[in-house]
Design a protein around this ligand. Structure first.
Ligand SMILES: Nc1nc2c(ncn2[C@@H]2O[C@H](COP(=O)(O)OP(=O)(O)OP(=O)(O)O)[C@@H](O)[C@H]2O)c(=O)[nH]1
Ligand SMILES: Nc1nc2c(ncn2[C@@H]2O[C@H](COP(=O)(O)OP(=O)(O)OP(=O)(O)O)[C@@H](O)[C@H]2O)c(=O)[nH]1
Ligand SMILES: [Mg+2]
Ligand SMILES: [Mg+2]
Lengths: 278, 292
């Protein structure tokens, strides 16, 4: 926000511009700036710095809703289904998450249910080797549902704590591919007692308003319990998660910030809010 | 859609004559909203709205159109013109091989688009060689090799222990020696703010003299598109853009942002995961899609 010190309409427009250029989206940006206007009047705020603080608070408040912790616990099989559109970072994130959970003492297994894309299985194999994670896979062209089924059997018989399922990227409007995902969900529901503990939607921080369509359609297809936002090490702010929290109540569980196995960290609302406005 | 919204604004307008400033501003509020929702860059939207307002205010409403149709026509024309023409040509080197370099952020579709482009050029009678210059991403070389096999197009690789610059030079030398007239360099995805990796691309350019440096951009990219395009253009000088994943429902406003900030044409669009899903870029279709 500029070197302005006094409060006028131009300042509110600047706040709106900051939010829109951070991919927050027009509707949510206008809502937030109206809230700041309200509090400015009520609290008799008089400087740009104070307004910035209020905005930061309101964003952090919005993002604090929901459960930001991963729903895994010892003593049962925790199935985590990972979904999302093409190229967002699902496979890489599974490598990171699997490794992190293993460091935390969980027995982890991974399922290579992307049997479609060239070298998808090899890519996941490399990550699992790096992290020391067991991998269940078939061959390219195999039925992804069969891989999931086998992985569930193996995870149960080997008393695994967490099973991470990697799926092929798919655009949310491809009905036949979304049907394939629903089938995978049904198999997990049937074979793993109370179904997946988490269905995580992986979102690329460079994505614009289409992220809302992704959240909506993946939620409708398989139910989504949380988001992992990747590529936050770039210049994109990832503001779409505000609209996603607002409209679809999906909490962000992790942030991916690089291409190494340890570049995954927990989501902290205040931190994210601060970086959104810089 | 935007046409209906503008029609609604003008429905109380009686008679024709000239468009007043007040009428145009009301319509422009809707256009601004539509462009921002479509992910067009904030600054690009501002400039566009100013330009179109200037052209629309005081303009005579044509006999055959309603005021709303007149505004929509101006907006659509300006947008289409901004998107550039249909230029899906790869400039060829005077002396083969022609070198094409594919660059862009992680996951944008470079490897898939490299294979698609090779297939497209092979159909046009060229003899392409794919070069696996991504030594970082696990199984990246394997991915390109699998695609090359599917297309019966050779893939040059020196494994993942050599530098991408050496691989690119090796690919060019291999092409000259073995009669390939086109080399397509698939590079690793990288952040535009990663100085070391951007320098690597500058080195490849310096040593391989590509005829075309194409920025591969994911059509769902939001406001960050300007930052990425600007930096890649500054560092390398781009010759064109490939916009991928347009087979989804993203409005694709990044197309306008990238064109506005680099001045370079969008040459192709990725319309699916299959290797035949590469199409020329149609500016008028893109304009309609962005407006919604
Ligand atoms: N800079 C950065 N790059 C990332 C991050 N996460 C993933 N990537 C990169 O993004 C690219 C795509 O990652 P993948 O894991 O293959 O993505 P995916 O969603 O599995 O892709 P598909 O299976 O093809 O849909 C790779 O180059 C990764 O290294 C991140 O947090 N930061
Ligand atoms: N639906 C659709 N998917 C695409 C398109 N182009 C690429 N993809 C998919 O997007 C994902 C990423 O493609 P890649 O070719 O691996 O992307 P990349 O830029 O080489 O990725 P990095 O090398 O990791 O930077 C894969 O799942 C591709 O199949 C397209 O036009 N439409
Ligand atoms: Mg993957
Ligand atoms: Mg690649």
């Amino acid at each position: 926000v500029s070197g302005k010190t006094q409060i006028d309409e131009e300042l509110f427009e600047e706040l709106e511009e900051t939010l829109i250029t951070a991919d927050v989206g027009v509707e949510t940006s206008v809502q937030l700036v109206d809230k700041v206007r309200e509090r400015t009047k009520k609290e008799k705020l008089s400087s740009a710095e104070e307004l910035q603080e209020v905005l930061k608070e309101e964003i952090a408040l919005l993002l604090s809703e929901g459960n930001h912790q991963l729903d895994v616990a010892k003593g049962r099989l925790n199935v985590i289904l990972v979904v999302g559109v093409n190229g967002v970072g699902k496979t890489t994130t599974i490598g990171k998450l699997g490794y992190s959970l293993k460091q935390q003492g969980y027995k982890v297994m991974v399922a290579a249910a992307d049997t479609f894309r060239a070298a998808a299985i090899e890519q996941l194999q490399t990550w699992c080797q790096r992290g020391g994670l067991e991998l269940i896979h078939h061959h390219e062209g195999a039925d992804p549902a069969a891989v999931v089924y086998d992985a569930l059997q193996a995870a149960q018989s080997r008393k695994v704590d967490v099973l991470l399922i990697d799926t092929a990227g798919r655009l949310q409007t491809k009905t036949n591919l979304m049907e394939e995902l629903k089938k995978i969900r049904r198999i997990i529901d049937r074979e793993s007692g109370d179904g997946p503990r988490e269905v995580l939607l992986v979102l690329d921080a460079t994505t614009g308003q289409n992220a809302l369509s992704q959240a909506r359609l993946f939620s409708e297809a398989t139910g989504v319990t949380g988001v992992i936002l990747t590529k936050t090490d770039g210049t994109a702010k990832g503001g779409v998660i505000l609209g996603i929290q607002n409209e679809y109540k999906l909490p962000v569980k992790y942030l991916g910030f690089g291409e190494t196995i340890d570049s995954l960290r927990e989501f902290i609302p205040e931190e994210f809010s601060a970086s959104l406005l810089t | 859609n935007i046409s209906e919204k503008i029609q609604a604004i003008f429905k109380n307008l009686r008679g024709k004559g000239k468009l007043t400033e007040k009428d145009v501003q009301a319509a422009m509020r809707e256009v601004r909203l539509a462009l921002l929702e479509a992910d067009v860059s904030y600054k690009v939207v501002k400039e566009f709205i100013n330009k179109v307002t200037e052209r629309a205010v005081g303009s005579e409403v044509l006999e055959s159109l309603t005021p709303a149709q007149q505004v929509i026509k101006i907006v659509h024309e300006e947008l289409t013109q901004l998107m550039g023409g249909t230029q899906s040509k790869i400039s060829l080197a005077a002396k083969p091989p022609t070198v094409v370099m594919m660059v862009g952020l992680q996951g944008s579709g470079k490897t898939t688009s490299s294979a698609k482009l090779a297939r497209h050029m092979k159909k046009q009678g060229k003899s392409p060689l794919l070069a696996a210059c991504d030594v970082y991403r696990p199984a990246a070389i394997k991915q390109l090799q699998v695609l090359g096999e599917q297309l019966d197009i050779p893939v040059f690789s020196l494994g993942d222990k050599q530098s991408p610059v050496d691989i690119a030079r090796g690919a060019r030398a291999h092409a000259e020696k073995n009669g390939f007239d086109l080399v397509i360099l698939d590079t690793a995805g990288r952040l535009h703010i990663d100085e070391e990796l951007m320098e690597e691309l500058a080195q490849i350019k310096q040593q391989c003299h590509p005829q075309e440096i194409l920025l591969v951009v994911d059509a769902m990219t939001g406001q960050d598109a300007v930052n990425v395009a600007e930096k890649f253009n500054q560092t390398l000088g781009l010759d064109g853009v490939i916009l991928t994943k347009l087979d989804g429902d993203t409005r694709g406003g990044a197309a306008l942002s990238v064109k506005a900030v680099t001045g370079q044409p969008i040459k192709f669009t990725g319309m699916g995961e299959k290797l035949d899903a590469l199409e020329p870029f149609y500016p008028d279709r893109m304009a309609s899609r962005i407006l919604g």
